[in-house]
Design a protein around this ligand. Structure first.
Ligand code: CAA
Length: 257
């Protein structure tokens, strides 16, 4: 079976993961999701990789769950779906994950994009939750993460109508942080990833965790978590190094200790 995922070697702390099922616009079948979850789990343990960029093709980041595979699953099949564990593993990735999105990001593709911490989109990108057209609804975070990202009215519009929004609309709504020319999307995401890869890994990890907490906790608990995380970082070598580098007017060299 050909690999459905290309994972680059780590370069300047960054790996590029490319979804690769070109015949079906990178439709996310169980195998592809499993490969992605396994690749991220391996990268989690790799100290040379500090940031990951995830991308698809120029035509499609991913056009959703694989509808043909889904058609074969009945209620019990969906109850026992191994994809749930794959999604959980993807969402547990603790390093910064940047999605570089060109073309279609639909259904499970849009849900995968929303697992990323930062989304860079090409001008031709389209984000949508078209499940309603299949007589179903999003099932991998599309109602929960989309509402948190773009607010109630637009999330309702997208999920209930199935109509996708373009990259500029996604940027205005806060789903996407930057829009680029499509031929520059991956390049821009990698440049941003390399910048982030120079920062202190433990600070990145805790900052990511604190920001994600803000989405699903009340303010007082979030602030408590932030203060604890901030305090924990006081014990790291990298904090000493960062402050010393500032005082000595030199670039900091962070090791993750
Ligand atoms: N699953 C399986 N195959 C898919 C697919 C998908 N999600 N999306 C596209 N393909 C296949 C098409 O069947 C087609 O295959 P053939 O060449 O063998 O016919 C090939 O990819 C190219 O697609 P199109 O010819 O349709 O390309 P297009 O440019 O005309 O249209 C599109 C592109 C608008 C994205 C259209 O393909 C489309 O609507 N795809 C389905 C999108 C969708 O409904 N996604 C949601 C899936 S459900 C889900 O995601 C649920 C969940 O997570 C829980």
């Amino acid at each position: 079976m050909p690999q459905m995922l290309n994972v680059s070697p780590a370069e300047q702390g960054v790996r590029l993961i490319n979804l690769h099922r070109p015949d079906v616009l990178n439709a996310l079948n169980t195998e592809l999701l499993g490969e992605l979850a396994a690749a991220l789990a391996a990268i989690e343990q790799d100290p040379d990789t500090r940031v990951v960029v995830l991308t698809g093709s120029r035509k499609a980041f991913a056009a959703g769950a694989d509808i043909n595979e889904m058609a074969e699953r009945d209620l019990v099949g969906i109850l026992n779906d191994p994809r749930v564990a794959h999604w959980q593993n993807i969402s547990a990735f603790s390093k910064p994950l940047i999605a570089a999105v060109n073309g279609f990001a639909l259904g499970g593709g849009c849900e995968l994009v929303m697992h990323a911490d930062i989304i860079i989109a090409g001008e031709d990108a389209k984000f949508g939750q078209p499940e309603i057209n299949l007589g179903i609804m999003p099932g991998a975070g599309g109602t929960q993460r989309l509402l948190r990202a773009v607010g109630k009215s637009l999330a309702m519009q997208m999920v209930l109508s199935g109509v996708a929004i373009d990259a500029r609309h996604a940027e205005r709504a806060g789903l996407v942080s930057e829009v680029t020319q499509p031929e520059l999307t991956v390049e821009r995401a990698i440049a941003l990833a390399r910048l982030i890869a120079q920062k202190a890994p433990l600070a990145l990890r805790l900052a990511k965790e604190a920001l994600l907490k803000a989405q699903d906790t009340d303010l007082a608990s979030g602030l408590r978590f932030e203060r604890h995380a901030f305090t924990v970082l006081a014990g790291t070598q990298d904090r000493k190094e960062g402050i010393a580098a500032f005082q000595e007017k030199r670039p900091a060299h962070f090791t993750g200790q």
